[in-house]
Design a protein around this ligand. Structure first.
Ligand code: EPZ
Length: 420
């Protein structure tokens, strides 16, 4: 296994281009299961998670090619309705193949995804939505068995204890495209990645309205055809690099971002003291004044994204004053707290809150990544810590960030890879 080593203290400067969105490309790749015709997906980031989803498509009988950011998916004669435990358990997002397989093949056997370090990760809302479309669902030896000779449109409320569900909305929306009649999803997730999936489905011939809002209407059609689509930029990678500029007191221009997807992040970083200037699809990010402690609560989109919680915690760990960070989506998503404290941060967890007392200086240390966004927060802390930080188990980082160390090197960071 590899680790990343970082010599802290460099102010990052220059330009960086954001890759395609991980959380958009995964359900869009799953959506190619809804047609036998070829699909071409562009601006695909080369990530562990992307390659896991491509393996799953191959296991389901698709021909898949991936080079220079373009994925071509076409059908072979062999099709399977079984998404097996080995692959699904490595990546929760793969559960969103359930809807497309069931809609296309009238039956599906998909392994229940394991939980992961950020929480239990239930799928009750997925199953509620698929059942509402008339599927018979049984759970046996860790697999969901679903069958339906003809899915029927329905009205279903998908709000859960923690708000809407991104992948449950994706699963039900994809299944509903081939159901008979109209489906209305209430309390649908509004994330830009859900809207990007809907745009792809519409290019395939689906009839969808209201995507990006809490009420999505889908008029079922008989079949979908192949399509071409370019993935939206990754707003979480953009937010992570915005924090990299601020935490190192640098001056970074981030290219290929959709400003409109970053409202809550821009708002909070400006409140903390950032100057963020926008020119067409680029953002220039630097400090306007000394950093100021802020309070952050994560919420479903358009609220502050939970996927940026660990990163803003790193920034607040070196910001004078007391910041309170409240995690409303995954109350256990605080694995990064102990590792940041090993670097000299003063962070105290109180249930779904983290109380961050800013310190003057973090000190480099060997730390361990536990999940994707925690690993990003440790890299950010290493960029500003005095001395050397080594972040082990960086396969977590590689799940969701394309060439992160190369992007940071180009911005001047002293960061390199070593064997553990
Ligand atoms: C998506 O996960 C993202 N992953 C996550 O990003 C992101 O953190 C999350 O949405 C919230 O924004 C992908 O898109 C691949 P949820 P998802 O279903 O869809 C509860 C990253 O770092 N819930 O929106 O799996 C759940 O426990 C990853 O890129 C139920 O109760 O998340 C959570 O508390 C991490 N029942 C809340 O809803 C269900 O059936 C939101 O989860 C489903 C979810």
């Amino acid at each position: 296994m590899d680790k990343l080593v970082i010599e802290g203290g460099v102010k990052l400067k220059g330009e960086v281009v954001i890759s395609g969105s991980k959380n958009a490309v995964l359900p869009i790749l799953a959506a190619t299961l809804l047609t036998d015709e070829p699909c071409v997906i562009k601006n695909v980031p080369n990530l562990r998670d992307t390659n896991t989803m491509l393996k799953i498509l191959r296991s389901l009988g698709k021909n898949v090619e991936f080079n220079k950011g373009i994925v071509t998916v076409s059908s072979t004669r062999h099709t399977s309705f079984i998404a097996d435990y080995k692959l699904v358990s490595t990546m929760r997002a793969s559960f969103c193949v359930l809807g497309p397989i069931l809609a296309k093949l009238k039956k599906a056997k998909v392994s229940l995804p394991g939980g992961c370090i950020i929480g239990v990760r239930p799928v009750d809302l997925h199953l509620k939505g698929i059942k509402s479309l008339g599927a018979d669902i049984t759970i046996e030896s860790g697999y969901v068995h679903a069958k339906a000779s003809q899915l029927k449109g329905s009205q279903v409320y998908l709000g859960g204890v923690y708000g809407s569900s991104v992948l449950a909305t994706d699963n039900v929306m994809m299944a509903a495209t081939l159901a008979k009649g109209e489906t209305i999803i209430e309390s649908a997730a509004c994330e830009p990645e859900v809207a990007d999936l809907a745009e792809f489905l519409i290019k395939m011939g689906a009839k969808i309205k209201g995507h990006g809002t809490p009420i999505i209407e889908i008029e079922g059609v008989r079949q979908l055809h192949g399509a071409e689509h370019s993935i939206i930029p990754d707003r979480i990678e953009a937010g992570t690099l915005m924090v990299a500029s601020l935490i190192t007191k640098g001056d970074i221009t981030i290219k290929n971002v959709f400003y409109q997807h970053l409202g809550a992040v821009v708002d909070k970083l400006e409140e903390a003291g950032a100057s963020i200037s926008k020119t067409d699809s680029s953002l220039r990010v630097r400090l306007k004044r000394k950093l100021k402690a802020i309070n952050v609560t994560t919420l479903p989109y358009p609220g502050f994204p939970t996927d940026m919680q660990a990163q803003i915690m790193s920034l607040m760990s070196i910001t004078p004053g007391i910041s309170v960070i409240t995690e409303k989506i995954y109350p256990d998503r605080f694995m990064h707290v102990a590792e940041l404290n090993r670097m000299g941060a003063h962070i105290q967890r109180e249930g779904p809150h983290a109380i961050v007392e800013g310190v003057k200086q973090l000190s480099g240390a060997p730390v361990m990544a536990s999940d994707l966004r925690a690993s990003a927060s440790l890299v950010l802390a290493g960029l500003v810590a005095r001395g050397r930080t080594s972040v082990s188990r960086i396969y977590h980082l590689e799940r969701g960030y394309e060439n992160m160390e190369k992007k940071l090197q180009v911005l001047g960071a002293k960061i390199w890879r070593e064997k553990e």
